[in-house]
Design a binder for this molecule. Structure first.
Ligand code: EPU
Length: 420
């Protein structure tokens, strides 16, 4: 029997939801701990599968990990890291393990990783990561689905990415931190998680200019120190709960919403007719009357995040008219549209476009989550659908949302994990 999520829709939600630490900020920070022999402490990290798997990976590589999930604190000492090969089954299951490439290459001079390959949302090549490592002097060899990087000392160099890649920029920042001389990264990703990694690297002793801009200059150091760092709140989880609150909230208050990094989401929600009011770090949404249809294009930060596109699609099924969503980051990230259609939504997909015809009443049924954000989308749909929804594929949800059912139950949702 499989574990599925059972949701009984239609219950108005009331109460307070607290946003967790950011998964996508935590993962590169964990990778950065491999750059030093000294102890590093991270606080406010979310207890999600991707984080747990990354910690297991660090242990596998020889690092010492002491993790307290109850308070979201981890202390890592990577003094004895010697393995240069993250296990294949982990790389296959957790794409973010590519983030070990930059730090292991810089620290050990060699790293071998099985190529992560495509995943449910698209091809996801790593050519830009490899181009960056090569520019710093690494030899790249691709064989039998593995990539081997080797360098007897990295040397700083100028790199211009063809596309602004988030984990590519993070990987290169880490490699450049132990390189000899200055590296300049142009067309760097602007995502706040990249800037947060820069902050931690600065705490480790690296000189960095241009943090938070598309041109980052890194002056490498021979040795790096440890750091203590509190991870920022998860802007994607926050956006997910803002949409929950707009869809089903009677009086929901969100705490810990990093609104300063969410202007594109706030703007689109505003256009749809959802007003957001923030006071003393507490955020409420108001969706009086009919929702308006919108045109939304996903784009790199500060544009509308691809990671919120699926959740927004549920909101737009309730808007009064035709909305158009354009998914520009990942070519296969509209699979949730088919599941929403099975719940009664009127959505036409011609990739990269999805036309959502609202308003329509969703009806609960058995659906399949195909990736992390698609699973959040189906939870949102289940909360507003008539009757019962059963969601399969929960391992996706567990990768990136901390205690989602518990949080939703605390505001009155009827959500249970059951065997079915
Ligand atoms: N790309 C290339 N070549 C490369 C790297 C990327 O062509 O070498 C392309 C990709 O195919 C894509 C675009 O560049 O079209 C952007 O991809 P990016 O590399 O920025 O994505 P990522 O670093 O693999 C991170 C997040 C994703 C998030 C994307 C986009 C982490 C661990 N993952 O992935 O998060 O969707 O940036 O913002 O930070 C999620 O949390 O659900 C998730 C998938």
């Amino acid at each position: 029997m499989k574990e599925v999520l059972w949701i009984e829709g239609g219950h108005p939600l009331k109460g307070t939801l607290r946003v967790s630490g950011s998964k996508n900020a935590t993962l590169p920070l964990l990778a950065a701990t491999l750059l030093t022999e000294e102890a590093c402490v991270l606080e406010g990290i979310p207890d999600v599968q991707d984080v747990r798997m990354f910690l297991a990976l660090i242990e596998h590589l020889g690092g010492r990990v002491s993790y307290d999930p109850a308070c979201g604190r981890v202390c890592i000492e990577a003094k004895n890291v010697s393995s240069q090969t993250p296990p294949e089954e982990v790389v296959k299951r957790m794409r973010a393990s590519v983030l070990t490439m930059g730090s292991l290459l810089a620290r050990l001079g060699v790293v071998e990783v099985s190529l992560p390959g495509g995943c449910a949302i698209g091809r996801r090549p790593i050519d830009q990561h490899l181009k960056g490592f090569e520019a710093l002097g690494a030899k790249v060899a691709l064989q039998n689905g593995h990539v081997r990087l080797q360098a007897s000392g990295l040397t700083g160099h100028g790199v211009r990415f063809a596309v602004p890649t988030v984990t590519g920029t993070e990987n290169l920042l880490m490699a450049a931190s132990l390189a000899n001389g200055v590296t300049t990264i142009e067309n760097a990703a602007l995502e706040p998680e990249v800037a947060e990694l820069c902050t931690a690297l600065q705490k480790m002793g690296v000189d960095i200019e241009g943090k938070g801009t598309s041109k980052i200059t890194v002056c490498g150091k021979k040795r790096l120190g440890g750091f203590v760092h509190r991870v920022c709140r998860d802007r994607i989880e926050a956006a997910t709960y803002l949409i929950v609150s707009a869809l089903a909230g009677e009086d929901v208050v969100l705490e810990g919403v990093p609104l300063e990094h969410m202007s594109a989401v706030v703007d689109v929600l505003g256009e749809a007719g959802v007003q957001i009011e923030a006071e003393d770090g507490r955020v409420r949404t108001f969706a009086g009357g009919d929702l308006n249809p919108c045109r939304v294009r996903t784009a790199p930060y500060p544009g509308f995040p691809t990671d919120v596109q699926a959740q927004l699609m549920v909101l737009l099924t309730k808007a009064n008219g035709a909305s158009l969503i354009e998914e520009n980051i990942f070519e296969n990230r509209l699979m949730h549209a088919e599941e929403l259609r099975r719940m009664g939504a009127a959505i036409e997909v011609e990739s990269p476009l999805a036309r959502v015809l609202g308003p329509c009443k969703l009806q609960g049924t058995r659906v399949l989550a195909t990736d992390l954000r698609a699973s959040a989308c189906l939870v949102l749909a289940g909360l507003v659908a008539g009757g019962e929804t059963l969601i399969e594929g929960l391992h996706h949800l567990d990768r990136g949302y901390e205690r989602m059912e518990e949080k939703l139950r605390s505001v009155g949702a009827r959500v249970e994990r059951i065997k079915a």
